[in-house]
Design a protein around this ligand. Structure first.
Ligand SMILES: Cc1cc2nc3c(=O)[nH]c(=O)nc-3n(C[C@H](O)[C@H](O)[C@H](O)COP(=O)(O)OP(=O)(O)OC[C@H]3O[C@@H](n4cnc5c(N)ncnc54)[C@H](O)[C@@H]3O)c2cc1C
Length: 461
């Protein structure tokens, strides 16, 4: 088979054969919810063309995970009508499944799989499904395929030259998808139709936490992702290098929820930013460093580190210093419930936690402060880690991402170096409120979050 998607992006997840008599090739979309710039969809389409079969795309939103809520369900459902329209325009079939109960059986999923000659899915952090048909995963989330750097990198400085060497080969647009055979099959009650009109009702009908409200700020879907990118190019990119650490300046892209849900690819963003910077004579290096080097270092970490969500994944020096300081006195000391309720003595910290609860993400610079203070004010490092993961799982629209695990562990020394010794932190880098006050406009940020909390609206909108 002569495919555009090269072997370095594709991994066989089982040894099952192609199903004789299968009616379509199935792209089981579990991460990259988009039609454009999607190597997984492209691979599935090329396979369908090669086998002279139509292509069907399946999305399934489970409510069986503990932190399923209105926030995450709404963000996914908002993207469904657009995804369906774009796939139909291509000639592909589309099935969306929304099990309403945590105990709903997967019979409808199995029926869809049984019709497939072969299944393609996204390379992602989700567990591998056990299927009785050929299953491939395609790495469509990174610019440089993960397999091109086949061992763990321990810091940005070690992965950066490797990525830069490979970028000329991979920083190129993904070819468009063309299908030889249109899908004429209809899927009846295997599919749940989602529209702007029934979305709220669908969310309300699911067995999920209705107390975690949708984000005040972020709407799901491809169009919202494209609007966010456009706003970044037109208004923020030229201020990024200077103001990216000033939360009240709103100079960062706010793309992390869209990247996490796959509504847009980092490749499209990088190409658009590079082009815009060239046209307007801007320097985009700082942004591309975050989007490419830092982000792909995170994917490298979760791909190759054992137990990427535990302190065991930390470098030796960090584990040793945590152990040496485990009996240091912590004062103040807060419980997970106090952190969650934004009930610490520090109004800046409380504002960052409220930002997480309201918007569903925290500005990158204050997010470091947020994490470091949880380390300092928790009874132990392992409890601090559990609190941060819990709060991300419950509130963050960009949570449960390689960036989540990597950056939370950064608060404990991952991808960093030893610093001068201090109580509780040991030689792990610390952060203090006075530093935030010196470098950023803390009052403006707190005012903005108070306004958001009071009105549900953005002060700057
Ligand atoms: C404790 C802690 C937890 C974090 N949890 C998450 C998380 O759950 N999900 C998440 O996407 N990011 C996380 N980050 C990293 C970073 O804060 C966010 O990626 C960034 O703030 C997202 O906002 P933005 O899209 O406006 O970023 P921009 O500054 O506009 O950057 C563009 C993109 O580059 C990538 N990026 C930026 N900073 C980093 C970084 N430090 N490491 C890796 N990639 C980066 C992201 O994909 C981001 O969307 C966390 C950081 C800390 C300190």
């Amino acid at each position: 088979m002569n495919l555009t998607v090269m072997g370095e992006r594709v991994r066989a997840l089982n040894q099952q054969p192609i199903r004789e008599g299968g009616r379509y090739v199935l792209y089981w979309c579990r991460w990259n919810r988009r039609v454009a710039s999607n190597y997984a969809l492209l691979y599935a389409a090329e396979m369908a063309n090669h086998m002279n079969l139509p292509l069907v795309c399946l999305e399934r939103l489970s409510c069986a995970y503990p932190t399923a809520s209105d926030r995450f369900h709404t963000f996914v459902l908002e993207g469904v009508p657009e995804m369906q329209a774009r796939l139909h325009k291509l000639g592909a079939g589309y099935i969306f499944q929304l099990p309403r109960r945590k105990t709903t059986s997967d019979a409808r999923l199995r029926t869809v799989i049984q019709g497939a000659a072969a299944v393609v899915t996204d390379e992602c952090l989700r567990a591998t499904p056990r299927l009785d048909v050929q299953l491939h995963a395609v790495d469509a989330s990174c610019i440089v395929p993960l397999s091109k750097i086949p061992q763990r990198s321990y810091a940005a400085y070690s992965i950066r030259p490797k990525i830069h060497r490979l970028l000329p080969e991979f920083l190129r647009p993904v070819p468009g998808v063309e299908l030889r055979l249109p899908c004429r099959e209809t899927f009846g009650d295997l599919h749940t139709e989602v529209t702007a009109g029934n979305l709220a009702e669908l969310v309300a009908s699911c067995e999920i936490d209705h107390g975690i409200r949708p984000s005040t700020t972020f709407r799901g879907g491809r169009k919202a992702a494209e609007r966010t990118l456009r706003r970044f190019l037109e208004d923020r990119l030229r201020r990024y290098a200077r103001d990216k650490n000033e939360p009240s300046a709103h100079a960062t892209s706010d793309l992390s929820p869209y990247l996490h849900y796959g509504y847009i690819s980092s490749l499209e963003v990088a190409l658009a930013v590079r082009e815009h910077a060239r046209e307007h004579k801007l320097i985009a290096d700082e942004f591309l460093e975050e989007l490419i080097v830092r982000r792909e270092l995170a994917f490298n970490f979760t791909r190759y580190a054992d137990r990427h969500d535990t302190l065991d994944a930390l470098p030796d020096w960090a584990q040793k210093t945590i152990a040496a300081h485990r009996n240091d006195t912590r004062d103040p000391l807060y419980s997970r419930q106090q952190f969650e309720a934004a009930a610490t003595h520090d109004d800046l910290w409380n504002a960052t936690q409220k930002e997480l609860c309201l918007r569903g993400k925290i500005h990158g610079y204050y997010r470091m402060f947020w994490g470091k203070k949880i380390v300092e004010w928790s009874v132990s490092a392992s409890e601090a880690l559990a609190t941060m993961l819990y709060l991300h799982d419950r509130y963050a629209l960009d949570g449960d991402d390689p960036n989540t695990y990597t950056n939370i562990l950064w608060c404990f020394g991952l991808h960093d170096r030893p610093w001068p010794e201090r109580p509780i932190y040991g030689t792990i880098r610390s952060m203090v409120r006075s530093g935030m006050e010196r470098k950023t406009n803390v009052d403006a940020y707190i005012r903005e979050i108070e306004y958001l909390e009071r009105t549900g609206k953005e002060l700057t909108a």
